[in-house]
Design a protein. Structure first.
Ligand code: F6R
Length: 648
């Protein structure tokens, strides 16, 4: 059995059983991926043990990707510490890129060995991964045989799934039919773009994969799908609450009698029970819930807050709010004022002004500000307008660049710089044997580097320096002394790979040391939850842990922590506690500040699924935030940056 999720299923159990049900697949929501994965691993372990008692094999369908890693880690732990044996496990993996050599860095065969099989006692020969080395004309025959092997083993007892941003399960891309079996599939552009991170660019990413079909997956006796992070939220909402459609293949799981979605709160954020919980069950109408409901009502009815009527409240499931607070007029004014008070052109506080209704304190007039930037460009991308205002308004602004960002520099860019230094030294007769060696080694290694080979130490140094130079250039542009740029080079990041090390004591210590040195009145940090395995989340964990450990210090009593969002998503409108407007000219200036990061412009290494450049993403998002305020009936600004205060 799964351990208790933090939120009960809306449609299928417990107190949220309601007249209006939206969810068509049982869905368990957990506080985080770790707790959720533990629960799933325990279900798998119980099944394996049950089958052992019955002296039967346990037939598992397994997935790769980032989502199941934490499940596999927990299974390994149970094997080591609790004697969970895999001797009776037979497993079939969902998919493999095509073509693909099994020992390639990106092969799913290798992934499974590294993440699970090499660490447990599953007998060699008991696990199957589609064969990416076949000749194309042999794949159909192989695929048929793969399905037959599963059938002969007695069918899958349990199928573990992740979900693509486009709804794919396995590599069944949108358009896959419900009766599809194992086959060769052309990968969607968005799937390839997401995978390109592992392949070092889109052009090196395979176009095809062999995947189990939808029918093969639906044939499993039990199916559990995992999803972590905000980026999965829209597709999860569609699969769970939408109609069954080939455009979102995960929605086919609505037809399975024993499917379960296990997701974290970020991936659940678009579900009705999260977005508009009053539509699903009775809620406690505290102030945050009131703000959430009124902004939701205003935006869905496309009516400014001050124009909402009693009837709007009654007809749209918010009559309880009226019952509690009286008439629409009073509620509207209250929420409108609250939103109005979040807007400020004085992010460091307005000197000599009454600050009762302002997001920041007026005093001290000149604050020390420490802005944490996970990568060398997040400061300017995510809060460039606010950064500039803080500097212009006379605050002492420091930036803590948390990681080197070295893996995101393209090889040819690094080669250009390495060549430059070698040529520079030669031209001016500069004899620094060590420096020349480093740059020469880097240049040689870059020239000979094979696809998907890891960078050498020297190359990483060169790439890190490039990003450091760009960050310094932004600091000069915004107007802070270069000594106020602190390059923290947190060790968790330095793997040379997309996959990072877990947060360590050393990372926390470096962060604490910088906070102690600056003794800031304000800390800004990236409060990103979009990618729970990503750099931003680890950087946030480091800051919050450091702040917690320093909380007994006197200077910390006077320190406020503000969270901004990274390049992907914005805070929900009802959560925003400070919104800093920008004029059209300020937007243009911010864009020029982002341009200082030349290595991240035009065909970047880690483009992800979003084909827009970073400055475009930032501008569109900041304009969208201003647009929301405008639609709610507040003043119309060109763009806005938004913050939430973290209170521990
Ligand atoms: C992997 C697979 C894919 C992934 C999906 C999500 O075997 O078949 O469907 O589950 O692309 O990937 P992550 O978990 O990396 O977000």
């Amino acid at each position: 059995m799964l351990a208790e999720p933090v939120l009960p299923d809306a449609a299928f159990s417990g107190p949220l059983q309601s007249a209006i049900t939206y969810e068509k697949i049982p869905t368990h929501i957990y506080a985080d991926a770790k707790a959720a994965s533990r629960a799933v691993a325990h279900e798998i372990a119980a099944l394996i043990r049950q089958k052992q008692k019955e002296k039967k094999p346990c037939i598992l369908g397994l997935a790769t990707g980032s989502s199941p890693k934490t499940v596999y880690a927990e299974l390994i732990r149970m094997h080591r510490e609790e004697g969970l044996s895999f001797h009776n496990v037979v497993s079939f993996n969902l998919d493999e890129y095509f073509p693909m050599e099994p020992d390639s860095l990106q092969s799913y065969w290798r992934f499974m060995r590294e993440q699970l099989f090499d660490h447990v006692d599953i007998p060699a020969g008991n696990y199957y991964v589609p064969d990416g080395t076949l000749r194309a004309d042999k794949v159909a025959e192989f695929a048929k045989h793969y399905d037959q092997q599963i059938a002969e083993a007695g069918g899958l007892d349990f199928q573990l799934l992740g979900i693509g941003g486009n709804g794919h399960i396995g590599f069944n891309e949108p358009g896959s039919l419900i009766n599809s079996h194992t086959r060769l599939m052309m990968l969607d552009h968005s799937t390839r773009a997401a995978a390109s991170v592992d392949f070092g660019g889109l052009s090196r990413t395979p176009r095809k994969a062999i995947t189990m079909g939808i029918a093969s997956i639906l044939g499993a006796k039990r199916v559990v799908l995992l999803a972590w992070g905000e980026r999965k939220a829209p597709v999860i909402q569609g699969a769970v609450e939408g109609t069954v459609t080939e455009t979102n293949p995960a929605s086919y799981l609505q037809t399975h009698p024993n499917a379960l979605f296990v997701i974290d709160t970020a991936a659940a954020s678009e579900l009705t029970r999260m977005k508009a919980p009053w539509l699903v069950d009775s809620v406690v109408w505290d102030n945050p819930m009131k703000k959430k409901a009124v902004t939701y009502l205003s935006l869905t009815l496309e009516k400014p807050i001050l124009k909402l009527t009693d009837r709007d409240y009654n007809d749209n499931g918010v009559s309880d709010l009226l019952a509690q607070y009286g008439q629409a007029y009073d509620i509207n004014i209250d929420v409108f004022n609250q939103l109005q008070h979040t807007i400020t052109g004085w992010p460091g506080g307005k000197p000599n002004a009454d600050d009762t209704n302002r997001p920041e304190r007026a005093l001290p007039t000149h604050k020390r500000v420490l802005l944490f930037s996970p990568h060398p460009d997040d400061d300017i991308i995510s809060m460039g307008g606010t950064f500039q205002r803080l500097v212009d308004q006379g605050h002492e602004v420091h930036v803590g660049y948390q990681t080197s960002g070295n893996i995101a520099v393209a090889d040819d860019e690094a080669l250009r710089f390495a060549d430059y230094v070698v040529d520079f030294n030669t031209r001016f007769g500069i004899k620094s044997p060590e420096a020349t060696r480093i740059f020469q080694d880097a240049a040689t290694s870059l020239r000979n580097k094979k696809d998907s080979e890891m960078d050498t130490d020297e190359v990483r140094q060169v790439k890190g320096l490039i990003r450091m130079g760009e960050a310094k250039s932004t600091c000069r542009f915004v107007g802070i002394p270069v000594e106020h740029a602190h390059f923290m080079n947190l060790p968790f990041y330095e793997t040379g790979k997309v996959e990072k090390k877990p947060l360590s004591e050393e990372d926390i210590k470096i962060t604490m040391d910088l906070i102690e040195k600056i003794k800031p009145h304000q800390i800004y940090a990236a409060g990103d939850l979009a990618d729970p395995h990503g750099t931003h989340k680890v950087c946030l964990d480091a800051v919050l842990e450091a702040v917690k450990r320093l909380s007994h210090k006197n200077f910390m009593k006077d320190c406020w922590v503000w969270l901004y969002r990274g390049a992907w998503a914005e805070w929900d409108i009802h959560e925003i506690e400070m919104a800093v407007p920008m004029s059209p000219d300020q937007v243009t200036k911010k864009r020029l500040g982002i341009f200082k990061h030349q290595s991240q412009k035009d065909g970047v290494v880690y483009q992800g699924t979003d084909s827009r450049e970073f400055w475009q993403r930032a501008e569109e998002r900041n304009r969208a935030t201003a647009g929301l305020y405008n639609r709610l009936g507040l003043a119309e600004y060109e763009a806005m940056e938004a913050f939430v205060r973290w209170k521990g």
